[in-house]
Design a protein around this ligand. Structure first.
Ligand code: AP5
Length: 222
């Protein structure tokens, strides 16, 4: 299956994408994570992306598409992938169509997580990520057992630099202006676009997504 997890910053794409990837046995291709890894390693690509990410703006399409092409080439992605935070522009969506078509594949469904802006701002101000193993917590909704330490590996928990309120507001604006319109492309081209309420506990959102996917799979089989 080739699935797109779509939604504003903080909607829960990473959280749900990890659960879905485990259930379906296919990798999650998260462009934000790939960019942060490039930043951490200090690669030229990471250095190019830094200013855009710090400002809450989109990194240029050619940079993103190069990373996605490479990720899709991997052995792990041969049976499908979950795209998280990608595509974010019409040019990215059209390029993904071409890439998948060349592999004899297509986007099977777009899963849209809907969460109100005030909830997003609270979620992102409370997000903490392990600096060692990248596990994600939330000081309001999913706190670690010991403040500032990862339950899994004991690593130090840190806030993401782009999770400050001003940058979050900008990321939301960019989502509404440049990314949300991409949904029209999928509707126009007949791919299932399924909206799921994301402002519920993680297991409830997970169950709703799995239910939606079962319906997509039944249609695919029929
Ligand atoms: P990216 O890393 O993709 O950030 P984002 O889309 O803004 O999404 P987030 O990672 O902030 O949130 P999420 O939806 O994954 O939520 P999560 O599960 O973590 O992109 C960062 C930047 O990189 C962009 O601004 C841009 O500059 C650049 N970029 C990336 N991709 C690009 C592209 N394709 N094109 C151009 N530029 C690109 O959850 C958030 C918090 O909420 C966590 O603390 C979590 O524990 C908590 N939480 C999750 N679900 C729930 C729930 N149901 N209830 C309560 N709390 C919850």
């Amino acid at each position: 299956m080739n699935l797109i997890l779509f939604g504003p910053p903080g909607a829960g794409k990473g959280t749900q994408g990890a659960l879905l990837a485990e259930r379906l046995g296919i990798p999650r291709i998260a462009t934000g994570d790939l960019l942060r890894e490039a930043l951490r390693q200090g690669t030229p690509l990471g250095q190019q992306a830094r200013a855009y990410m710090d400002a809450g703006d989109l990194v240029p399409d050619d940079v993103i598409l190069g990373m996605v092409r490479e990720a899709l080439d991997s052995e792990a992605a041969r049976r499908g992938a979950i795209f998280d935070g990608f595509p974010r522009t019409l040019a990215q969506a059209e390029a993904l169509d071409d890439l998948l078509r060349a592999m004899g594949r297509d986007v099977d469904a777009v899963l849209v997580l809907e969460v109100p802006d005030d909830v997003i701002v609270k979620r992102l101000s409370g997000r903490r990520t392990c600096s060692r193993c990248s596990a994600v917590y939330n000081i309001y909704f999913d706190p670690p057992r010991t403040a500032d330490a990862c339950d899994r590996c004991g690593g130090v928990l840190v806030a993401r630099p782009d999770d400050n309120e001003e940058t979050v507001r900008r990321r939301l604006e960019v989502f509404r202006e440049q990314t949300e319109p991409v949904l029209a492309h999928y509707q126009r081209t007949g791919r299932p676009v399924i909206r799921v309420a994301g402002d519920r506990p993680v297991p409830e959102v997970q169950a709703a997504l799995e239910h939606a996917l079962d319906a997509v799979a039944r249609k695919t089989v029929a």
